[in-house]
Design a protein around this ligand. Sequence first.
Ligand SMILES: Cc1ncc(COP(=O)(O)O)c(C=O)c1O
Length: 371
Amino acid sequence: MTIPFIDLKTQYQALKPQIQDRINAVLEHGQYIMGPEVKELENKLSAYVGSKHCISVASGTEALLMSLMALGIKPGDEIVTTPFTFVATAEVMVLLGAKPIFVDIESGTCNIDASLIEAKITEKTKAIMPVSLYGQTADMDAINAIAAKHGNIPVIEDAAQSFGASYKGRKSCNLSTIGCTSFFPSKPLGCYGDGGAIFTNDDTLAQAMREIRVHGQSQRYVHTRIGVGGRMDTIQCAIVLAKLERFDWEVEQRKLIGDLYNQLLDEAGISRVNQCEDLTSVYAQYTVFTENREAIQKRLSEQGIPTAVHYPVPLNEQPAYKQLCCPDCTSIASQTAKRVMSLPMGPFLTKNDQQKIVKALSNAIKVHEKK
Ligand SMILES: Cc1ncc(COP(=O)(O)O)c(C=O)c1O
């Protein structure tokens, strides 16, 4: 039997009555856009992360784009970021005519190496966008300190994978000027379509983002700025509200399952993404490092164990990006991209399945080492 890579079906079964009640309530009141669930969700999410404002939006990508628009990013501006991420992180910069400045990653966590950021700051630097990859936050204190030293450069945490994670006791999404997350179905807190949210404690930015979300509208048919159609549907907000009820339990399960993977893999001598002591990951992905990746993936797949690669090519080596920036300046990201492999993960993964996965992985590594 195949182990699901992410088990959304079991989650749905566990929450079926709550999810169906929430969806039915929206169908009954009929306010499919900006219905009461939108505000209810925003209030609950801002309380959860501890931020003053939450603006729900159409996706994680829109959250990032709208954040940059609210900060007034314009052609020629530079934004310091990591190349080892999903394409949306840099895509939104390029869409606004800004230039991503890629900084290499730490080999252990795969997050941006904060110690390399300062050297990349110029007069054109208008934002820093770290990504909290695999569910573990980047070193936000170090990044915020560099931003403060250089004239309070805004820091946007791309927290698409880390909603629910903690950094030194504080919640991801509320660690810098702006935090952006995604409710893509496979994310730790997912809806059943596209969705996302922006968090900030800055009243002016929050107001700007609320206007940008509805085509730059400050009053009905008064468009005071350029915006987008960036709202999150009421039904998707209702689904997240239902899932939020059990989210703390899921985060705890993810932590226990992540800890067990750490232990089993360490015992088997398999190298994995490093978990920092004072950070709590939500393990959006559980990722190991391996040589002969394709052969090992094939072997695991034959035994009903799906795997995935996040990400096979750093963004500065992608065809659409390499002419915009230095394609060869991030050697650790390049090497890491060849070695990462994500294992099945989720709050419903059983101990038996975890043991089976690590045993199969260990055997596959041994077979391919000998060749
Ligand atoms: C790091 C990162 N940034 C941005 C996004 C974009 O989120 P969405 O798919 O909701 O647009 C994702 C989603 O995969 C992501 O993983």
